[in-house]
Design a protein around this ligand. Structure first.
Ligand SMILES: C[S@@+](CC[C@H](N)C(=O)[O-])C[C@H]1O[C@@H](n2cnc3c(N)ncnc32)[C@H](O)[C@@H]1O
Length: 250
């Protein structure tokens, strides 16, 4: 393991990210062009049509060029395992960024349709280029909006993309940490989940989603069954994080 992996504080791109973290829930980007740079890097260096190579190339960029706020390789393995366990046909992700986690989900569920909701149009455009290069654009779709936008995005998922009662098998929460609980409740209210649907939430430890964690603790064995995975923030091993994997009991 190299020093950059153990010690993100040695990396200039880590400090730029830390300084810009308040931008994430407004512009969706760090502000120094690293998101456009990773698209160029993937299109130049990754084999077209090869999901494994595209995922590995994004990880290489994050380790060797600029840190990205993808779920990353370590937590990505937890996500992969949860997707394989759920064996979903329909997946909803909140928070697309550059499209990395949606690629991992699509790879672990080769027949699934994956919908990813993202507030920033620029991120949607970047992710679509990466998905097209990986060869999954026919079944991975970015919907620009937010679950909290007064029903516009929820209605679009229902009316344009076929979300209906009991059809949603897997949800990945990786957007505004303060919106995890309200957005999940909006999804539950639509009736799209079924007993056995799986919800994975990233960054519950860092930067943290305490309301969401407390809700899942209170619901244990009644509305939800949750496993807390101890892990690390993406692309380093210094800072701890928690990923929650929750089964909906109905
Ligand atoms: C941590 S990144 C997502 C990383 C991505 N899931 C991955 O692992 O490759 C968070 C993303 O959520 C987006 N975002 C922030 N608030 C949002 C909201 N309320 N709804 C949808 N997207 C949001 C940001 O623009 C950013 O692209």
């Amino acid at each position: 393991m190299g020093p950059k992996r153990r010690m993100p504080l040695l990396r200039w791109s880590f400090w730029r990210l830390a300084a810009a973290s308040r931008n994430i829930n407004t512009t969706g980007q760090i502000g120094d062009g690293r998101e456009a740079a990773v698209v160029d890097y993937v299109l130049t260096n990754a084999r077209a049509g090869d999901i494994d190579d595209v995922v590995a190339t994004i990880d290489k960029f994050a380790y060797e060029k600029s840190i990205l706020i993808n779920v990353g390789d370590e937590k990505g393995e937890l996500l992969d395992a949860a997707v394989r366990r759920a064996d979903p046909s329909l997946v909803l992700e909140l928070g697309t960024y550059c499209g990395y986690s949606a690629l991992r989900i699509a790879r672990s569920a080769p027949k699934a349709k994956v919908y990813s909701v993202e507030l920033a149009e620029a991120n949607a455009a970047n992710a679509r280029q990466i998905w097209a290069h990986a060869g999954v654009a026919d079944r991975v779709t970015c919907v620009v909006g937010t679950i909290g936008d007064g029903g516009r995005t929820l209605d679009s998922l229902a009316n344009d993309h076929g979300f209906a009662s009991g059809t949603l098998d897997f949800v990945f929460l990786d957007h505004d940490k303060d919106a995890y609980l309200d957005d999940l409740e909006s999804i539950v209210d639509r009736g799209w989940l079924h007993p056995g649907s799986v919800v994975v939430a990233d960054n519950v430890g860092m930067p943290g989603a305490p309301k969401y964690r407390e809700f899942m603790r209170q619901q244990q064995g009644t509305g939800w069954n949750t496993v807390e995975h101890k892990t690390h923030v993406e692309y380093q091993t210094l800072v701890s994080d928690l990923v929650l994997e929750s089964d909906y009991l109905g």
